[in-house]
Design a protein around this ligand. Structure first.
Ligand code: NAD
Ligand code: UDP
Ligand code: UDP
Length: 343
């Protein structure tokens, strides 16, 4: 079904006279929604490096042209300012669908817009995949597990999510996006992939997006206290962005639909994270406790056995190795220089 549709709808396939032998072929035409954001821009770098042609579709809500400026002028790169809530016509082989604010501060800013992005935006991208016979990858989230009652979380766990809470626009939105993705797959034969991404950090994160890693790093660099919410005993597992990009590409190229957890199983309390930030940036950084936010999940750690077995993927960058790579980028953006040591 997939190959027939490709032949019918894609000029490049007809010109070649045959369907390319598998998607491992280079020189694909790929759309990355949300490609001006943190994860998307790193993914675009890798796809361009591999030889693909990339179209980024982004409304710049949380993304920045700065993240992509090094590709301007490359004939294999195109940037379209567009909101995925509106339909769009493109001719592509693959769709990496990332468009959606990821930080709680950003996705709570306009919750109705967030859920529209997740539901209508995903529907439009699936409609596009259906029309042109493209393979579609959804970047879902560990938030689909809510405040999990199973630890660590495997893909078989259905989650513990508040449907009417302040985070629901994001976690229920992503759950609906997963449902749409599976229904287009089962009902219409669309080739789909689903990644459930756990907390990811690295260069190009928005400096003031309110996420814990960006907050702590920016605070330590600015000599401000590290703000630990609640008692700081809640846990998260932090993945470096290059590991995630590797996982997303392996998932897209592989044969399995998923969902797959993509995360680093190294689990830290927020107090332990603060300690790693102190060791990396400023041993004298003070910690200040603040009230926690509503519905904050108590713990989160991926079981990545499925991705290891079926995709041959696992993360390689530990928090202590990855954090310094992000610090130099933050230092440059905050102070406009790249000094290695400011302490
Ligand atoms: P980000 O906020 O840096 O990037 C999101 C991008 O989507 C931005 O460029 C933004 O401008 C764009 N966007 C938002 N709404 C849009 C719309 N309606 N139309 C077009 N573009 C729109 O976030 P990120 O960390 O790069 O996250 C990328 C994806 O990965 C998101 O779907 C997010 O849910 C998922 N994810 C990320 C993490 C993480 O820790 N970074 C964890 C789980 C899931
Ligand atoms: N869509 C799009 N680009 C396309 C094809 C479809 O944005 O190339 C949108 C379309 O406007 C619709 C959604 O995707 O809102 C779902 O499309 P589908 O064809 O599955 O559903 P239908 O249009 O039949 O309701
Ligand atoms: N957090 C914190 N200090 C901050 C920002 C966040 O202690 O300055 C905590 C937050 O309460 C949560 C954890 O860090 O328990 C991760 O929050 P983040 O917003 O980074 O991601 P998510 O909640 O989506 O996993």
């Amino acid at each position: 079904l997939y190959e027939t549709r490709r032949e019918g709808s894609l000029g490049r396939v007809n010109l070649a006279g045959r369907v390319p032998p598998g998607l491992k072929n280079k020189n694909l035409r790929i759309v990355v929604t949300g490609g001006a954001g943190f994860v998307g821009s790193h993914l675009v770098d890798r796809l361009i490096e591999r030889g693909d042609s990339v179209i980024v579709v982004d409304n710049f809500f949380t993304g920045r042209k700065d993240n992509l400026v090094h590709h301007f002028g490359n004939p294999r790169f195109e940037l379209i300012r567009h909101d995925v809530v509106q339909p769009i016509l493109l001719e592509v082989d693959q769709i990496y669908h990332l468009a959606c604010p990821a930080s709680p501060v950003h996705y709570k800013f306009n919750p109705v817009k967030t859920i529209k992005t997740n539901v209508v935006g995903t529907l439009n991208m699936l409609g596009l995949a259906k029309r042109v016979g493209a393979r579609f990858l959804l970047t879902s989230t560990s938030e689909v597990y809510g405040d999990p009652l199973q630890h660590p979380q495997a893909e078989t766990y259905w989650g513990n999510v508040n449907p009417i809470g302040v985070r629901s626009c994001y976690d229920e939105g992503k759950r609906t996006a997963e449902t749409l993705t599976m229904d287009y797959h089962r009902g219409l034969g669309i080739e789909v992939r689903i990644a459930r991404i756990f907390n990811t950090y690295g260069p190009r994160m928005c400096i003031d997006d309110g996420r814990v890693v960006s907050n702590f790093v920016a605070q330590a660099l600015r000599k401000e206290p590290l703000t630990v919410y609640g008692d700081g005993k809640q846990t998260r597992s932090f993945q470096y962005v290059s590991d995630l990009v590797e996982g997303l590409m392996k998932l897209m190229e592989g044969e399995h639909v998923g969902p797959f957890n993509l995360g680093n199983p190294g689990e830290f309390t927020m107090l332990e994270l603060a300690q790693v930030v102190q060791e990396t940036i400023d041993p004298n950084a003070r910690i200040e406790f603040r009230p926690n936010t509503e519905d904050d999940p108590h713990k989160r750690k991926p079981d990545i056995s499925k991705a290891k077995d079926l995709l041959g993927w696992e993360p390689t960058v530990s928090l202590r190795k990855g954090l310094p790579l992000m610090v130099s980028d933050f230092r440059q953006r905050i102070f406009g220089d790249s000094k290695d040591d400011i302490s």
